[in-house]
Design a protein around this ligand. Structure first.
Ligand SMILES: Cc1cc2nc3c(=O)[nH]c(=O)nc-3n(C[C@H](O)[C@H](O)[C@H](O)COP(=O)(O)OP(=O)(O)OC[C@H]3O[C@@H](n4cnc5c(N)ncnc54)[C@H](O)[C@@H]3O)c2cc1C
Length: 500
């Protein structure tokens, strides 16, 4: 991490930004207090003017407690109401009601975002877990498609598709995330090198805009709205249904772990594999060096196959310069591979660490800067600085990622570099130090042409967002004006504060 004076400076900055965003840092949920006149008005009216709903509206109780927390356990904003919608029409009614009463609204998936992104202070949280219906799998030619509601978890989509011999094109590493949640931020995984992010792999959406309009959109029907919603951070509309394309699923995956002691050689080999495209799944990590000091690098490359076909390791690994004596490989069923994180997460839950704060940070580093930048960060980083959490480091082809608001470095090849930190010990001091460190590393990266994945815990203000979206900011602001003119949707991202 940083030296004492720069750490203090960044801590101060992080605290100021946190305060400016009226975020409360701590681990005890705050008591909700209705501070705005509009919220008080809505509360006083007991939401009596809200038309009859098919679902349930909670004005108190555990639903509100849950809605003011997330996987990060860093930010806590208490809503005035949580809606468990019984129908899409409920969402239309809630959004229109919120707009009339100047309340803000966010859809909540399973709240695995780490920094309050799905929270709304004094507003309405729409909990999509009650909208978790999975349509039938439709097959067409060699593939097919499936319609899903936003609260469906990817696990269910994968299982339903696999039962028909199919799979979504891009899987995240963990399948307990919701379709609505990952489509709103992007959704990156080991096949993104080939297919882009999950938001690049959608045939059609049904959404409810910030005006309370229910609209169907696709590449050919209202493409302006379609492109504003996918990886659009919930700023223009809420996703209420998605049609996802499916491709043939393999029966098995042979996964190779290849180790490197040199970051330069690692980066070269990763880029070689990216260019070859011979592996279906391509990821990689920075892992503690077995000597007990420093780091080493690991490519995780998976070849999909269905017997009697089988991968040819000689061809797949030809020309790579890893420490071959340390290489390992394992063959798993496709579903075991898709759900490979489940045992680890079950273990972390069992020892209580899953409930610790998670100041995660995901960055996109231009390939040309990757060895120097990542090497520099790692030189100052210890395993304690990430609380033992994983460090992802793998290449992507930026041309595959086409959604306008998914911001990437201006180079054809880039690396995802993620510090998936656990605050251990789980104290406010540890959290603040990690947040400050995130911010400092992010600033260094931006100077090199890098960007962030919009899911992390980096203290950020509207100016930072403006810089993040760069030449696309005007388009985003225009979409906001058109689809959510009163700025009611997804305020937890902090992009469009209401007062400006
Ligand atoms: C263990 C773990 C593993 C992960 N692995 C990956 C990975 O491999 N790849 C990856 O890309 N990410 C990964 N993530 C990050 C994850 O994609 C994000 O945290 C995502 O936001 C989580 O989705 P969620 O369903 O919990 O959404 P939430 O956290 O509930 O919501 C996220 C954001 O989307 C908005 N939103 C939710 N639903 C909707 C909707 N229907 N319409 C509009 N806006 C909506 C929310 O308001 C919020 O702003 C991982 C996270 C965890 C905890």
């Amino acid at each position: 991490m940083q030296d004492g004076s720069s750490r203090r400076r960044f801590l101060q900055r992080a605290l100021q930004q946190v305060a400016a965003a009226s975020v409360i840092v701590g681990f005890d949920p705050t008591a909700g207090s209705w501070v705005t006149a509009a919220a008080a008005d809505a509360a006083a009216s007991g939401f009596s003017r809200l038309p009859e709903l098919d679902g349930t509206l909670f004005l108190d109780g555990p639903q509100l407690d849950a809605a003011q927390d997330d996987f990060g356990h860093i930010v806590h904003r208490r809503p005035v109401a949580v809606l468990l919608p019984g129908s899409i029409q409920d969402i239309v009614k809630a959004v229109r009601f919120a707009r009339r009463h100047e309340l803000q609204v966010a859809m909540r998936g399973i709240s695995h975002a780490p920094f309050g992104q799905a929270q709304v202070e004094n507003g309405i949280v729409i909990d999509s877990s009650s909208l978790a219906e999975l349509g039938a799998v439709h097959t067409s030619g060699a593939g097919g498609w499936i319609d899903v509601e936003p609260g469906v978890q990817w696990r269910a989509v994968i299982q339903a598709a696999f039962a028909q011999g199919l799979t979504p094109r891009v899987l995240t590493d963990f399948q307990g995330l919701t379709v609505g949640g990952t489509l709103s931020i992007g959704g990156i995984g080991g096949t993104s090198q080939r297919f882009g992010v999950q938001a690049d792999n959608v045939l059609e959406l049904e959404v409810v805009t910030g005006k309370g309009e229910r609209v169907t959109c696709s590449e050919s029907q209202r493409p302006d709205l379609f492109n504003a919603v996918l990886a659009g951070l919930g700023q223009s509309a809420l996703i209420v249904r998605a049609r996802l394309p499916l491709i043939p699923a393999p029966a098995q995956v042979r996964v190779f772990n290849l180790f490197y002691d040199s970051i330069d050689v690692y980066v070269q080999d990763q880029l070689r594999l990216l260019a070859r495209g011979s592996f279906d799944h391509l990821q990689g990590q920075v892992v503690p060096h077995p000597s007990g000091t420093g780091w080493r690098f690991m490519i995780e490359a998976g070849a999909y196959f269905t017997p009697p076909q089988a991968p040819n390791p000689t061809a797949l690994l030809a020309g790579l310069k890893d420490v071959r004596a340390d290489a390992t490989d394992v063959t798993q069923s496709y579903l075991d591979f898709a759900f490979r994180l489940d045992p680890l997460i079950a273990f972390l839950i069992s020892i209580g660490v899953w409930d610790f704060p998670h100041p995660w940070m995901d960055l996109f580093v231009p390939a040309s800067a990757a060895p120097g930048f990542v090497g520099g960060v790692l030189a100052d980083l210890t395993a304690a600085d990430v609380g033992g959490g994983p460090i992802l480091f793998y290449p992507i082809d930026t041309r595959r990622m086409r959604r306008p608001f998914f911001r990437l470095p201006d180079e054809r090849r880039a690396f995802l570099f993620s510090l998936l930190r656990t605050a251990d010990p789980p104290t406010p001091e540890t959290v603040l130090a990690m947040l400050a460190d995130n911010r400092e590393i992010y600033d260094q990266l931006v100077a090199l042409g890098g960007t962030r994945y919009a899911n992390g815990a980096i203290p950020f203000d509207p100016q930072d967002w403006r810089r993040h979206f760069g030449e696309r900011f005007r388009d985003l602001r225009q979409a906001k004006r058109r689809f959510d003119p009163d700025r009611i949707l997804t305020p937890g991202q902090g992009i469009f504060p209401r007062q400006t």
